[in-house]
Design a binder for this molecule. Structure first.
Ligand SMILES: [Zn+2]
Length: 255
């Protein structure tokens, strides 16, 4: 049975917003079972079937997906209705070299793929518009989440104080020890509170700090604190599975 983490489903907001788990697909080890990424070495036929199941469960069309080839950078693309389906069935026609997507169209489901990085989903009910970003440690230091909000502000007239933000499941400080250089970057940029015990990163906290600096209200940010690396029955973890694994998909769509 396919399992999904729904975000905001109790609040009756006019959006679909969810993160997949690894449960309910057809991919064999090490991609077992609901791998939703084409770029990790899994059989494309399995990925196509898994995406079909995930979309069916959410009640959306696979042809509405917009997926980017992510590069741990800070490029943000504005997505229009006629880009629906980009990257839906493979990587060749995916949005190139981009880690965040924003749109005001209800014809597209904007997505990011993760296995430890933080999926950041942003909803502005006023304009209305949405954004999604992929923030690993590089993206967090580049302030991709903050830049995505500010891009929504410049393109759609979004007021950050109106926005609701969800941080999906990622690797947590319990499992995310990094080298001193990276710790120093986070200490400089976001303060020592993002460096648990001085050696382990708290990505959610670093993302939350930059969102608040952009004008998002703290009480409007939700954070799924379930660690991907601690829960390999439920999630993929790039670190805990030594880089050979599948990806979850996080998705947001205006209704
Ligand atoms: Zn953990």
């Amino acid at each position: 049975m396919l399992k999904i983490r729904y975000h905001w489903n109790n609040k009756r907001l006019p959006i679909i917003c969810a993160t997949s788990t690894r449960i309910g697909g057809i991919s064999p080890n090490p991609y077992n079972s609901l791998n939703l990424a084409y770029h990790v070495g899994d059989d494309p036929k399995n990925v196509a079937e898994n995406r079909k199941r995930f979309c069916q469960k959410l009640g959306i069309d696979v042809n509405s997906l917009v997926v980017a080839n992510q590069v741990h950078g800070d490029n943000i693309e504005i997505i229009e209705s006629d880009q629906a389906g980009s990257g839906a069935y493979g990587t060749n026609d995916a949005i190139s070299s981009t880690d965040a997507l924003i749109t005001a169209s209800n014809a597209v489901s904007i997505c990011v793929m993760t296995a430890d990085c933080v999926p950041v989903m942003i909803f502005d009910p006023k304009t209305p518009s949405i954004g999604i970003a992929h923030a690993g440690w590089k993206g967090a230091v580049l302030r991709i989440a903050q830049k995505t909000v500010l891009k929504m502000k410049s393109v759609f007239g979004t007021q950050p104080s109106d926005c609701i933000v969800m941080l999906g499941p990622s690797i947590m400080p319990c499992c995310y020890e990094v080298n001193d250089d990276i710790i120093a970057k986070f200490d400089d940029e976001f303060g020592i509170s993002t460096c648990t015990d001085g050696k382990r990163l708290d990505l959610h906290r670093a993302v939350k700090i930059q969102l608040i600096e952009a004008g998002i209200k703290s009480e409007n940010i939700s954070s799924d604190q379930t660690c991907t690396a601690c829960n390999l029955n439920l999630f993929y973890s790039h670190r805990a599975e030594n880089g050979i694994t599948g990806r979850m998909m996080s998705l947001i769509k205006l209704l």
